[in-house]
Write a protein that binds this ligand. Structure first.
Ligand code: FES
Ligand code: FES
Length: 160
């Protein structure tokens, strides 16, 4: 019989409890047990950032975190960034800037950019590039993604 674990966490502000296989990742648990499919799986090896979520306020690759490690902690996913049914300013900026192509990398990009802006509310382009260096966009949409982050930070439009 396979081992299971009970994990209780605060997920996007709500208390949740799940029974999972002991080796299940936080990413798989979010997507398959908790129906939060905004967080994407791509490399499953900590190299692309598609699975970025907040764990106790720190942006992490959820493919590298066991769900059991989230027990008693706070997890925020892309679905939890807005409030009152509205997108966050950063999410709106991604839409306004046309920063989304296939969209697959975008949830992770937005969470990583949100973390960057919390730490550096008025970043330079170099700081945005550095802040998003762990997130890959296979569509190559970096120019508009950076523009979206700068726009959310109140900088002039740099999409050209
Ligand atoms: S899916 Fe987690 S870093 Fe790529
Ligand atoms: S928009 Fe397609 S991977 Fe980034």
């Amino acid at each position: 019989m396979s081992e299971t674990a009970r994990v209780s966490l605060t997920l996007n502000g709500e208390p949740r409890t799940v029974e999972i296989g002991a080796g299940r990742t936080l990413l798989d648990t979010l997507r398959w047990e908790l129906d939060l499919t905004g967080t994407k799986e791509c490399c499953a090896a900590g190299e692309c950032g598609a699975c970025t979520v907040y764990l106790d306020g720190e942006a992490v690759n959820s493919c590298l975190v066991l769900a059991a490690e989230a027990d008693g902690r706070e997890v925020t996913t892309i679905e939890g960034l807005g409030s009152g049914g509205r997108l966050s300013r950063l999410q709106e900026a991604f839409l306004e800037t046309g920063a989304i192509q296939c969209g697959f990398c975008i949830p992770g990009m937005v969470v990583a950019a949100d973390a960057l802006l919390r730490e550096t509310p008025r970043p330079t382009l170099d700081e945005v590039l550095q802040g998003l260096s762990g997130n890959l966009c296979r569509c190559g949409g970096y120019t508009r993604i950076c523009a979206a982050v700068l726009r959310a930070a109140g900088a002039a439009d740099v999409t050209g």
